[in-house]
Design a protein around this ligand. Sequence first.
Ligand SMILES: Cc1cc2nc3c(=O)[nH]c(=O)nc-3n(C[C@H](O)[C@H](O)[C@H](O)COP(=O)(O)OP(=O)(O)OC[C@H]3O[C@@H](n4cnc5c(N)ncnc54)[C@H](O)[C@@H]3O)c2cc1C
Length: 403
Amino acid sequence: MPSFDYDLLIVGGGPVGVSLALALAAQPLRIGIIELSPQQNNLDSRALALAFGSFRIMDGIGYWADIAQEATPIEHIHISNRGYFGVTRLDSTQIRLPALGYVVKIGSLTQAIYQRLKNFPQIELICPAKIIQIQNKSDYIQAQITLNNEIHTLSTQLLIAADGVHSVVRQLLQIPVYKTGYDQTAIITNIETEHPHQFTAFERFTDTGPLALLPLAKDYSNVVWTVKNSQAPYLTAISDKEFLSRLQDQFGNRLGKFIHADQRYAFPLQLIKTRQLISNRVVFIGNAAHNLHPVAGQGFNLGLRDVAALAEVLTHTHRQNKDLGNQTVLATYKQWRQWDHRIVTQFTDTLIHLFSNNYPLWGLSRGLGLATLDICPLFKKTLMRQAVGLIRRQPKLVQGLSL
Ligand SMILES: Cc1cc2nc3c(=O)[nH]c(=O)nc-3n(C[C@H](O)[C@H](O)[C@H](O)COP(=O)(O)OP(=O)(O)OC[C@H]3O[C@@H](n4cnc5c(N)ncnc54)[C@H](O)[C@@H]3O)c2cc1C
């Protein structure tokens, strides 16, 4: 086999790209991570709801222990429909798990994974660097990058695109995407509430879109409030007091009075999905493959399952001393992941179209649906197993096994 600068080159040092590098850290592989931004501490107040399957992946990779202290368990989920009857309550005891998932701040997660990366000298962070050209040489791949205003050429067996929703790798390879807008923006903040959240995540469907409250430490909750694009500038500009009062009006009094809000951030929402998950010696993972609406908190969870599947395929291939960019690696990854991508994308997209309108008849049927779900244990169990990422044949890391 010819020699390469790197066995694997990961473009994008976001949480998904770095998780893949850490998942492969036990293998004697030389891995380069090309990252654009030297500022790896995410400053927005986004919190990630992690499914139970994601907790297992992080535990298997080895960095769960680094963030466990900061993670808040989700023991109950409460789903309701503003202005209509019918709620559904999901409970971790119903599927005999200690928690349905966990909530971590994206900044804490990023800090922990970068700290852990320092333990592995064979994983090199190439930063601040930008990929500008990709050339396929049949038995390897060449990437041109700019690093400190100089152009460098790097070679690798496999290039992994983890460079986020506007993936430059995707653009350089002219890979088309499927794109749809929702005319919605997510307003994100953390709030303090009068009553304790009791480790409950709330999902409330309103006529502008879903409103989620995720439990954080010290009776704070992370708010993801989906509003129409036209409402977002106003809701980010008004005073905290006015904002809290409008939020309270949408959410109701289940957590008592809203006391304090942190800084607000706005994220315009779109579904963007690559039409090709693989190309010659290139694979797409995380948001570079699928950027979802955050309604069900699935984006990062799906990205971590990409990591678990790809890490397993690559470990197996490396142990057989085979080319890491061969067609079987690409085809196996694609076959394994495309079904999960399709199901989660359709589930998320359907939820949005079903719940983001204010036609009274739809409202009644949604209420009826939630009420029926609440009294139907089999449906509830299936929904919960899907939500925690424990359905279908899963990679070893998702099952809690080592690679
Ligand atoms: C409001 C909101 C709430 C969310 N809530 C949840 C949730 O509760 N649960 C959940 O699972 N998911 C959630 N998500 C989704 C989640 O945030 C993303 O899926 C996740 O952050 C994607 O990680 P990533 O590493 O794939 O991409 P990113 O985090 O976008 O990282 C991409 C990296 O690539 C780098 N990069 C970009 N271009 C280049 C280039 N040319 N060269 C080199 N590097 C480059 C960037 O600097 C960045 O570091 C939410 C998203 C939003 C917007």
